[in-house]
Design a protein around this ligand. Structure first.
Ligand code: ZN
Length: 378
């Protein structure tokens, strides 16, 4: 998690800016602006905002919350939108544009509020269709065209329908598939620690077990962290790397931690927020499969799958799932994580979930019964 920038009790100009942003979003009622204090009303509004946006609900403003809060002020039509290679535009207006284009049947990929090359191509396509100058920039004439067009698809989730279609067309055989494995920590970033264990070491070991098994089934794998060459990329950069591989799926590996040593269990996360059209349906499906397989094969507590908008999930264009198989701070989970046999079981569960993503419904074997040898023959 990112460091806390502002919290309960803080004062100053940044707090009045936060207050006015929350007021604009109708999450705070700042009719009589008094002293610029991060009071309990602000804390409540921040929690509400984080909940709504699929961020971790903490009530404190960290760098991610601050950025998302800043992006939330843009309404479609407020500014020109176009694809800027070096520094892509992001915000609520971009998300509204993507949702609108998607409803009209244009392929924008994931509705993520980031103006990437696919959004640019979709704008050009729209402009060509409308007889406008196809420059890929959304200005007044394009906004007007968008207003005039009635959606082709309503009530559905066109982006997610398309994602499952792409996977279905990819076929059910594993050879030739591309999967990115993201060890969540490495190099000088050791992640959470507990009971003599380091998260970075656990996820590196898990990654190589998964990589070996996938290679045995003919799947091409990429790791977001190089061996030896420790270039440490942040989540957004690792997502961009994954996008360039043309992968179908990405698995990000972490373990959980909590100040309460009783917290335990396995969770999975996929891209999504509370707002309609923003959830990756295929990501949700993949997360559910990994969750089920791990729960069926281990005695970890089932902490379920959850939608989040963390950078890696948001910026990756394939179905991405973050897996946290156990709490390093819980004595029983830590003992499991320290055991190579347990890590083997988790790796196998994830590889079987990868295969299940491609199996058409109906051909699915019951959870927990598929093994690597069956996959190699499939
Ligand atoms: Zn982690």
């Amino acid at each position: 998690m990112t460091a806390v920038l502002y919290r309960l009790g803080d004062t100053g100009p940044a707090i009045s800016e936060i207050r006015s942003k929350l007021t604009l979003l109708r999450l705070l009622d700042d009719t009589a602006p008094g002293p610029s204090v991060f009071d309990e009303d602000v804390q409540h509004a921040v929690r509400h905002f984080q909940q709504e946006r699929g961020l971790t609900v903490t009530g404190v403003v960290d760098a991610t919350t601050y950025r998302v809060l800043d992006e939330a002020r843009w309404r479609l039509g407020d500014r020109l939108l176009s694809y800027v290679v070096a520094n892509p535009q992001s915000g609520d207006d971009v998300m509204a544009l993507q949702r609108r284009l998607s409803e009209l049947g244009f392929d924008v990929g994931q509705v993520d509020g980031v103006f990437g090359p696919r959004t640019g191509e979709a704008v050009r396509e729209l402009q060509r269709n409308m007889g406008l100058n196809a420059d890929g920039t959304c200005g007044p004439s394009t906004f007007k065209a968008l207003d005039r067009l009635a959606p082709l698809v309503t009530g559905g989730r066109p982006d997610s329908l398309r994602a499952s279609e792409v996977l279905r067309r990819a076929g059910k055989r594993l050879p030739g598939k591309v999967v990115v494995i993201d060890p969540g920590h490495g190099g000088s970033d050791r992640g959470h620690t507990g009971h003599g264990l380091e998260e970075a070491a656990i996820v590196a070991d898990l990654a190589s077990r998964i990589e070996g098994r996938l290679a045995a089934t003919g799947v091409q794998t990429f790791l977001t962290r190089g061996r030896g060459a420790e270039v440490e990329l942040d989540e957004a950069a690792r997502a961009r790397f994954a996008n360039e591989t043309g992968a179908n799926l990405m698995v990000s590996l972490h373990v959980d931690a909590h100040t309460n040593p009783d917290a335990s269990g396995v969770s999975t996360y996929y891209y999504g927020g509370d707002r309609p059209g923003t959830t990756s349906a295929i990501g949700e499906q993949f997360a559910g499969l990994i969750q089920r397989e791990i729960v069926a094969r281990t005695d970890l507590v089932d902490c379920r799958s959850h939608a989040k908008t963390w950078d890696l999930l948001r910026h990756s264009t394939m179905a991405t799932v973050r897996v946290e198989p156990g709490y390093i701070t819980n004595p029983r989970d830590a003992a499991r994580l320290a055991d190579p046999d347990f890590r083997d079981v988790v790796a196998e569960a994830i590889v079987v979930a990868v295969q299940r993503v491609y199996l058409p419904t109906g051909e699915d074997a019951p959870t927990g019964v598929l093994h690597l040898r069956d996959l190699a023959q499939a």
